[in-house]
Design a protein around this ligand. Structure first.
Ligand code: HAM
Length: 418
């Protein structure tokens, strides 16, 4: 038997239902918040990710799926969504002469060669947004609250938005110097990855998972105290705006994120129980220019749908609930009953009632079992005698009460009682 590649999974059963639920909710939110859907290729030139995500990041050094194609090009499966969207904005000159913000969203698979474990896959799916052409702190507040509101609406309550500011270039350089100065005498006591980071990307030492309880790291100078006035003002304004929008947040001064393109505000949506990031993002005001585009501020986040699915499953299992499948199951035995049922099913479906009908030769007993398995709320039990009188036998599958309804009123009856 050929099995699926390590670190992947088939989207089936409850996972598939929850995916659709998340997918539909995200699309609704994006329409209301006025974001435009964008799709970029699943593979891009390898160089794109080296120049965006960063040469020294874990993602690029250890995790990309790279290959040389038949035309001898170096290609990489996208490990994240920002790089492709930025490339597209520049290549298609989407900014044109616009003065307003360009707001895009995507729902896509990404590929990272990670060691598979809980919440870590090699094929993952993110929904994300990228906003260009505005440095207004109001956009930061909008984007952070968008991710927050979607998670809440999906039914996830046990998470916190953690925020931090990396400051602008000047603030960050000052801090990096102070951090290196502080860490220098202790470098031998840090893990081997951190010793590497010390040389290439010292900020990343702050969120090291191995050394997180090491007292050396617990006492590092605080990033916030190195913010210059402008960065500090922005950060303080953001906090005021988040409170104004009723977004609960926590400050986390060691939140630095794992990609090189960030500056200024960064954040993550972190679960309270197991401290897992469901999503994260930040400003990347210099990336468009660095990739050959115009000077253009930008900000965005990515949310791990696979992790959100797992969170929702835990919540549903805790409540002993799984979402119901269908509204109506139509039952019949004879040819006439099934043909009458087909038309009723069409009428219900055209009125947004989720309907399934028995088309097979199952006995009534087996049809009841199917209806229970599908968790139908109502059963329409068709029989020739009732149909001859223009009546339909309706059973409420929860209360088990039965009632006869005029066939012309069946759609209204079901809609009125759902
Ligand atoms: P990221 O933090 O690398 O950011 O990924 C965002 C989210 O994707 C994570 O919080 C996590 O939920 C999910 N994720 C990442 N890796 C895996 C994995 N191996 N398995 C399952 N889920 C995973 C970015 O990707 C940035 N592009 C976000 C962004 C957009 N920043 C600005 N704009």
């Amino acid at each position: 038997m050929i099995t699926k590649p390590k670190g992947t999974y088939d989207l089936i059963g409850l996972d598939s239902k929850l995916y659709q639920y998340i997918y539909n909710t995200v699309n609704e939110y994006m329409i209301n918040y006025h974001y435009e859907f964008i799709r970029t290729p699943v593979f891009e030139a390898t160089e794109l990710f080296h120049r965006t995500v960063g040469d020294n990041t874990d993602i690029v050094t250890k995790e990309t799926y790279d290959f040389v194609d038949r035309g001898n090009r170096n290609i990489t499966l996208r490990p994240e969504g920002t790089a492709g969207v930025v490339r597209s904005v520049i290549e298609n000159k989407l900014y044109g002469n616009r003065n307003d913000a360009l707001k895009y969203y995507y729902i896509e698979t990404m590929y990272r060669y990670e060691r598979p474990q809980a919440g870590r896959y090699r094929e993952l799916t993110q929904f994300g947004v990228e906003v260009f052409n505005s440095n207004s702190i109001m956009i930061d507040a909008e984007v952070i609250s968008l991710g927050y509101n979607i998670l809440k609406d999906l039914g996830i309550d046990n998470f916190t938005v953690q925020i931090n500011s990396l400051g602008d270039k000047e603030s960050r350089e000052n801090y990096t110097m102070a951090l290196k100065e502080y860490l220098k005498p202790h470098i031998e006591e840090l893990c081997s990855d951190c010793q590497e980071r010390f040389k290439k990307n010292p900020l990343r030492i702050l969120d090291c998972k191995v050394d997180k309880d090491n007292s050396i790291l617990k006492n590092v100078p605080k990033l916030n105290s190195y913010l210059n006035k402008e960065s500090l003002d922005r950060y303080n304004k953001l906090k005021t705006l988040l409170t104004h929008l009723d977004i609960d947040y926590e400050e986390n001064s060691s939140l630095v994120r794992g990609l090189d393109y960030y500056d200024d505000i960064v954040w993550e949506y972190v679960t309270d129980n197991d401290n897992l990031a469901l999503g994260g993002g930040g400003r990347y005001n210099h990336l468009v220019k660095n990739l050959g585009g115009p000077e253009m501020p930008a900000i965005g986040f990515g949310m791990g749908i696979d992790r959100v699915i797992n969170e929702l499953k835990k919540i549903l299992e805790g409540k002993g609930e799984i979402p119901h499948n269908i509204d109506v199951y139509i039952m019949g035995i004879s040819e006439e009953e099934k043909i009458a049922g087909l038309k009723i099913a069409q009428d219900l479906r055209l009125n947004n009632v989720i309907t399934e009908i028995n088309n097979s030769d199952l006995s009534f007993k087996s049809q009841f079992k199917v209806a229970d398995m599908l968790q139908a709320k109502f059963l329409l039990i068709l029989n020739n005698n009732d149909l001859a009188k223009g009546l339909i036998n309706v059973k409420d599958n929860a209360t088990k009460e039965e009632i006869k309804v005029d066939e012309n009123e069946i759609v209204d009856y079901i809609i009125g009682n759902l």
